[in-house]
Design a protein around this ligand. Sequence first.
Ligand SMILES: Cc1cc2nc3c(=O)[nH]c(=O)nc-3n(C[C@H](O)[C@H](O)[C@H](O)COP(=O)(O)OP(=O)(O)OC[C@H]3O[C@@H](n4cnc5c(N)ncnc54)[C@H](O)[C@@H]3O)c2cc1C
Length: 419
Amino acid sequence: MPRTHIIGAGVAGLSAAVALARAGHAVNLHEASGQAGGRCRSYFDARLDCAIDNGNHLLLTGNSSTMEYLEDIDAAGALAGPASACFPFLDLRTGRRWRLRPNAGRLPWWILDARRRVPGTRARDYLSGVRFAWAGADRTVTDCVGESGALFENFWEPLAVAALNSPVRAGAARLLWPVLRETFGRGEAACRPRIARTGLSATFVDPALDLLRRSGAAVRFGARLRRIAFEGVVARRLDFGADTVALDDGDGVVLALPPQAAASLVPDLTVPEESHAIVNAHFRLPESGVLPEDLPFLGLIGGTAQWLFVRGDVASITISAADDTIDEEAEVIAVKTWQDVAVALGRDPDPLPPYRVVKEKRATFAQTPAQVRLRPGTRSRFANLYLAGDWIDTGLPATIESAVRSGHMAARAVESAVS
Ligand SMILES: Cc1cc2nc3c(=O)[nH]c(=O)nc-3n(C[C@H](O)[C@H](O)[C@H](O)COP(=O)(O)OP(=O)(O)OC[C@H]3O[C@@H](n4cnc5c(N)ncnc54)[C@H](O)[C@@H]3O)c2cc1C
């Protein structure tokens, strides 16, 4: 029976492996590190004495590929979030709080209702969003919606920086349209915010590994692919250093690796070369923290971080496009961001609670027009070698949804090759 070797057990590799295993294919999953999940993982932190995620991950119910993946691994119930779409914000400079509440159905009448939209905006301001629909490949976010005004500061900028992990003046406008179309464009039910109820690994990773093992897939860790031997346009051997794997006729390989790792293994592969950082700081509170209306997150305007998440007694902030912050001392980052957390949670800023700062230097590729152009498709120039990862040309920003979609695209390509 032909076998598919999937290299990299991040969300892209896991979703490709799950799709193929469920379709009855023989699957081997090889991961370099000692743990699956890649950029979306949990671990036990000794200083905080609890499990934390490498970074807060926010999804929307309209992330259809991710929802399908979670259904497939029987983990749809592992997400938490409000029963209806609601995005709470706090302006740290003025203390003003508000909630964005899209309505049910495709017709966005919430923009006509001052209690549901961003304060200080008019309904017609929102029409600027349509410019993303026909944004040219060279356009940036600010080319489409300018760079001032209440709607920009309190909606477009936080949305774009979170989705593109890039500064708004550089972020590719074209990537935002599918996000808007697949979530806000489909009404309230498609833009309910969701986070992992107990942790990223328990939601996206462990149930997938369980399913793979039950399906007879071979999963191994500490297996870094070092070289691929090619014969003409066919991959023939995988070299993991300690062992090699010969590829028989009909065997396939899915490289679900970060772009630089894929480029080092595949001759003449073009990949995005620049990346942006994300910094998270996790604070262990003396007791459970509670955000207004029991929502698990809060958008922060005018502070260092853009988002605050609270899960039990851990409050965590996210700084996206954090290239200016990444080189600061962890303590400096913690002290600075804790001030904002204390305000948001209505707590005394003294003392600083135990904290952990997690810096992901290459959190995503830089989603600028120039870098987006470098995204390759699923098929490589080698007949039995496929590519997956959030940086593949899915048309989406580099998110979990893009990673899962790329995994599904690779699985379909493998299936069509063997059928
Ligand atoms: C801090 C942070 C916050 C984020 N927030 C969000 C969010 O709110 N919402 C959202 O949707 N997305 C978010 N993302 C993005 C999301 O995490 C990624 O898009 C997704 O996890 C990428 O998955 P992947 O499988 O494509 O890549 P990766 O997770 O990078 O997986 C690649 C895997 O390949 C392995 N590997 C590398 N080289 C080799 C080799 N030679 N041989 C074998 N294995 C190898 C790696 O160890 C890794 O496990 C965030 C990312 C970060 C870092």
